[in-house]
Design a protein around this ligand. Structure first.
Ligand code: UDX
Length: 443
């Protein structure tokens, strides 16, 4: 058993702390947000992550997991300090390191016995070096830095921690990396030990590649719409090639969340600073932006101008099984609709509380059927399971129009057309899409 401190109790920090505690370690989570620490101490969970409440509760009751706002309390006797604070995008796409640098300084100030500092959050290449110099300059004890990037997906973060495809560790002090490797020994996953910058680069390259797969299939979807092919079948045919694989080939309104948009932007920014021309990364970003605009184009094609039209939105979170709205396609699309004077109704199983703060002029509904009530068009943007078995007859009768834009290709085009919908998928050959294509060709 090891004594571990985790700085930051967000999507990464809280999952990391709870999972290390579940492995039998003694974990103290530190967060400067008093209300968050108070909530956690009272058994509350500040984020929506399936299974997290039970995991935190079990270790907290066993006395292996605690929460504090005090660095001196949180670092007392610790052997490992994981930094899991957020590194949001700055104005020109660079990672904003304000919180991370502040954490490094606080660790240097309050660490009074040697410990290994581990960067868990996605940090720009070179951060490990700069943290090492902060810790050496301001600290009083040995605190070697190890990069240990997280590969957690929201909604499946606990499973991703407990069954990782690989553990990546980067350090200039190999013994420090070996010590961190021991924490993962029971997970029976391949452990790759390399240098600091390479470990940091593995994280960015992995996320950038996954985002590239998504933008690739979305570009294929645009081509399929014009050439009359079905992108879902194309993805299936591609995915059977072991070199390609089926994952991350779902065409739709593109990627959102706190990672892909931020990490691809940050990598492109770092590349440009290094004198490179990240043309592929820039194309990935642009294709993702146009995947969202395509929803507006389809609505305009079906309805003409959107002013005073009522548009129902099914799904707000950036993906299912989370309440996270960061960089969610729905938020941007709703803002575009409001700018065109459309009235927007919306429903999401988990994200409406947070959405109400972001989208004050949206009518939030109790379920998909209320959302469809008197709507000229319905737009599905998050593929929650709840949306996969709707009573489509009831939906159609509730609507005043017949337009259904399926931003995640949940439904079958011919079935929807047969039910009387004017159905628009993404990359699906259908009469509605043909009309879109004819109009865009003449646009
Ligand atoms: C991602 C990475 O998967 C994870 O390894 C990393 O640690 C953090 O970033 P996350 O952002 O939580 O995880 O979600 P993910 O499941 O990867 O989906 C990201 C976005 O891509 C979502 O908006 C999703 O809707 C979209 N997506 C995903 C697609 O549009 N098509 C796909 O085929 C897959």
């Amino acid at each position: 058993m090891s004594r571990i401190s985790v700085v930051g109790t967000g999507y990464v920090g809280l999952v990391t702390g709870a999972c290390f505690a579940d492995l039998g370690n003694h974990v103290t989570c530190i967060d400067i947000d008093e209300s968050k620490v108070k909530l956690l101490r009272g058994g509350g969970i500040p984020i929506y992550e399936p299974g997290l409440r039970e995991l935190v509760d079990k270790s907290a009751r066993a006395g292996r997991l605690s929460f504090t706002t005090s660095y001196s309390e949180g670092l007392a006797g610790t052997e490992f300090v994981f930094i899991a604070v957020n590194t949001p995008p700055g104005p020109s796409g660079e990672a904003d390191m304000t919180f991370a640098r502040s954490a490094a300084r606080s660790i240097a100030e309050h660490l009074h016995a040697p410990a290994t500092v581990v960067n868990k959050s996605t940090m720009p290449i070179g951060t490990g070096d700069s943290f090492a110099s902060v810790l050496t300059r301001l600290g009083t004890v040995a605190a070697p830095v190890v990069s240990n990037p997280e590969f957690l997906r929201e909604g499946s973060a606990i499973a991703d921690f407990q069954h990782p495809d690989r553990v990546v560790l980067g350090a200039d002090d190999r013994a420090a990396a070996e010590r961190v490797a021991q924490l993962y020994a029971r997970l029976d996953a391949p452990i790759l030990i390399t240098d600091l910058r390479t470990a940091e680069m593995i994280k960015y390259a992995s996320n950038a590649f996954l985002a590239t797969k998504i933008s690739f299939i979305n570009e294929m979807a645009s081509i399929c719409e014009r050439l009359g092919a079905d992108v879902k079948e194309v993805a299936r045919g591609m995915g059977l090639d072991a070199r390609i694989g089926p994952a991350f080939l779902d065409a739709g309104v593109g990627y959102g969340g706190s990672c892909f948009p931020k990490d691809v932007q940050a990598l492109a920014h770092m590349a440009a600073l290094g004198g490179c021309h990240p043309q592929l990364l820039r194309a990935v970003i642009e294709i993702n932006a146009s995947a969202r605009r395509a929803v507006i184009l389809k609505l305009r094609t079906a309805l003409g101008q959107l002013e005073d039209r009522t548009i129902g939105i099914l799904g707000l979170a950036f993906k299912p099984n989370t309440d996270d709205l960061r960089e969610a396609a729905a938020v941007e699309i709703i803002r575009l609709l409001r700018r065109e004077g459309a009235d927007v109704r919306a429903y999401d199983p988990a994200a409406m509380t947070k959405a109400a703060e972001l989208l004050p002029d949206v009518q939030f509904c109790a379920d998909p059927y209320e959302t469809a009530d008197r709507a000229d068009a319905l737009v599905l943007l998050t593929e929650w399971n709840e949306f996969k078995h709707l009573d489509l007859d009831r939906i159609r009768r509730a609507m005043s129009g017949s337009v259904f834009v399926d931003g995640r290709n949940v439904y079958d085009p011919s079935e929807m057309t047969g039910l009387g919908f004017d159905y628009f998928g993404v990359g699906r050959p259908h009469v509605s899409n043909d009309r879109v294509n004819r109009l865009t060709r003449t646009a």
